[in-house]
Ligand binder design. Structure first.
Ligand SMILES: *[C@@H]1O[C@H](CO)[C@@H](O)[C@H](O)[C@H]1NC(C)=O
Ligand SMILES: *[C@@H]1O[C@H](CO)[C@@H](O)[C@H](O)[C@H]1NC(C)=O
Ligand SMILES: *[C@@H]1O[C@H](CO)[C@@H](O)[C@H](O)[C@H]1NC(C)=O
Ligand SMILES: *[C@@H]1O[C@H](CO)[C@@H](O)[C@H](O)[C@H]1NC(C)=O
Ligand SMILES: *[C@@H]1O[C@H](CO)[C@@H](O)[C@H](O)[C@H]1NC(C)=O
Ligand SMILES: *[C@@H]1O[C@H](CO)[C@@H](O)[C@H](O)[C@H]1NC(C)=O
Ligand SMILES: *[C@@H]1O[C@H](CO)[C@@H](O)[C@H](O)[C@H]1NC(C)=O
Length: 480
């Protein structure tokens, strides 16, 4: 009797708990935050540390490195995955998509871009780069505006720099943009040092990521092929459709390919993981040269920040590059390392298994290299920061989130002291210095050091002008 009573009470209690759980369930999922290199800019708060300077501290100088803002399409993604899928869809006119659940939008969908638009910034991209310029003015109201900012020479990086300047400057034409050639022989002295590093292969990581791609797309292919017999969805089609979620969103503002009825949250997480494996081997801890071509920016920026005030120093150094460089700089800095904090038993490659997801990984490409992803190093002046001496401190932010550098945490908050920072940079230079040798450079005018910020040969750059000065007389935008 007592026992049945107890069971009865327990079950009522469990029911109450279950409904309470349901009532308070807050599960929500946004695929746009899991799209790796196609993710529109967002600040994932990874970790959720406060971007405000620690109590008593203020930023007196900063150096930024940013990936360009959102583009219509990457040509490789287009040719490999998206174009074949679109062609197939155009070919299969006999399938009545309107009757097929979750794919009915394909009955009257149209591709969001033309081939001519590949690789150029979208409106969203321009807007977000301009917004970042405004954000910088909010973040650093006391810093002098830079006279120059730097960018690698591709159109999408150059235009990102111009858009940022338009948001940042108060009067027209006060901030120049310096274009740095994407040369294959620049050694470490460019914003695209991977291009001049023969040891880097742009296809590294493809083999490894294809294992998990094959695994996670299998059930999706079976499901889609049952819905639309005859189309013969392949793993590459699924991959391209998931890419379209990102590219169509930054072009049109939304995309039916992002629907969670089409691909579930776990399927998006699986897509993201294949990308994380690829970037791990391509530009991350699994690459023998990523830290090597990531170091020059870190080392040079640290020197610029630590240098004494002079008429030639900028308060803010800003540079635009492509997706390969920011993750490599993070390796040089020792951030987002899956093995940090005790995972030393395994080799770094074991932390990214090819047959299942390591959900606890620190290395998440969506957090590291979305469009407009940016890394900042700040020099702070601290006074009366309780428990710490007055003076200079340094910290790193990734997409607005302050990061603690391993072995460099002797300051307030996530900062470290000038001495600590200086010896940390030296230790990293010890690990990753020697660009020409470690990259196996095969031309004879290489250099191991990035000097574009001080080298007069790179000139003073060009004015940006108002947006309408970019328009030709025929009303079409001019692309250089
Ligand atoms: C489209 O159809 C044509 C003619 O049947 C065929 O040659 C072509 O390979 C098809 N393309 C794709 C991507 O399926
Ligand atoms: C080496 O020479 C090439 C060709 O003139 C040039 O593009 C490159 O910038 C030079 N490299 C350095 C480090 O100056
Ligand atoms: C990780 O794998 C890459 C590619 O196979 C290899 O070059 C690298 O040496 C490996 N790293 C370690 C620490 O074993
Ligand atoms: C350098 O300049 C900054 C900004 O003008 C100022 O806050 C700082 O006190 C100066 N530092 C030195 C050592 O003069
Ligand atoms: C990653 O962390 C492990 C464990 O602390 C460390 O041994 C390794 O050197 C780190 N890798 C890099 C490139 O900093
Ligand atoms: C780091 O930068 C300093 C100052 O520019 C330079 O003298 C040094 O050679 C650089 N070290 C490496 C390993 O690149
Ligand atoms: C760049 O500006 C500086 C200072 O205004 C000037 O001395 C120098 O000649 C300029 N260089 C070029 C290449 O225009």
């Amino acid at each position: 009797m007592a026992l049945t009573h107890l069971i009865c009470v327990t079950s009522i209690w469990l029911q109450a708990l279950a409904s309470a759980t349901k009532l308070y369930s807050t599960y929500s999922f946004n695929p746009l935050e899991h799209l790796g290199g196609i993710a529109p800019y967002f600040e994932p708060q990874d970790p959720p540390t406060s971007p405000s300077p620690p109590r008593g501290c203020k930023a007196v100088r900063a150096a930024y490195l940013s990936r360009h803002a959102a583009i219509y399409l990457n040509d490789f993604d287009y040719e490999e995955y998206i174009q074949p899928f679109i062609e197939k869809w155009e070919n299969h006119t006999s399938i009545d998509w309107s009757k097929i659940p979750t794919l009915s939008f394909l009955a009257d969908w149209s591709p969001p871009f033309s081939e001519a638009e590949q690789e150029i910034l979208t409106r969203v991209g321009k807007l977000e780069a301009t917004q970042l310029g405004v954000d910088l003015s909010f973040r650093y109201p006391e810093l002098r505006l830079p006279r120059r900012i730097w960018t690698s020479s591709a159109e999408r990086t150059f235009k990102s720099a111009q858009a940022l300047v338009r948001g940042f400057e108060l009067q027209d034409n006060t901030i120049n943009v310096v274009s740095v050639d994407e040369s294959k022989q620049s050694g470490a002295n460019s914003l695209t040092p991977y291009k001049s590093c023969p040891g880097y292969s742009s296809s590294a990581g493809s083999d490894q990521s294809s294992h998990y791609l094959e695994k996670f797309t299998k059930p999706i292919m079976a499901r889609l092929n049952a819905l639309a017999p005859g189309f013969d969805f392949t793993a590459d089609d699924v991959y391209g459709m998931m890419q379209l979620c990102g590219y169509e969103s930054v072009t049109r503002g939304s995309s039916p390919f992002c629907s969670l009825d089409l691909f579930s949250p776990d399927e998006w997480l699986a897509w993201e993981y294949t990308e994380d494996i690829r970037y791990h081997y391509n530009v991350g801890y699994g690459s023998p040269v990523a830290g090597v071509f990531g170091l020059p920016w870190f080392n040079t920026s640290a020197s610029l920040l630590m240098a004494a005030n002079s008429s030639s120093t900028e308060d803010l150094y800003f540079s635009f590059t492509h997706r390969e460089l920011p993750p490599a700089v993070l390796v040089a800095m020792g951030l987002f390392n899956n093995s940090a904090f005790g995972g030393t038993g395994d080799s770094i490659n074991d932390t990214m298994p090819l047959d299942r997801i390591n959900h606890r990984r620190a290395w998440k490409s969506s957090h590291i290299l979305p469009f407009l992803s940016n890394i900042a190093i700040e020099k702070l002046q601290c006074e009366e920061s309780h428990g710490f001496g007055d003076g200079e401190y340094y910290r790193v932010l990734v997409n607005g989130a302050p990061q603690e550098l391993p072995d460099c945490a002797d300051g307030p908050g996530t900062t470290c002291s000038r001495e600590g920072f200086s010896s940390y940079v030296q230790a990293r230079a010890g690990m990753f210095g020697g660009f020409s040798e470690k990259c196996g450079v095969d031309y004879d005018n290489s250099t191991d050091v990035l000097t574009i910020y001080t080298d007069q040969r790179f000139g003073n750059g060009t004015k940006v002008g108002k947006k309408r000065s970019m328009w030709g007389s025929d009303g079409h935008e001019q692309y250089e």
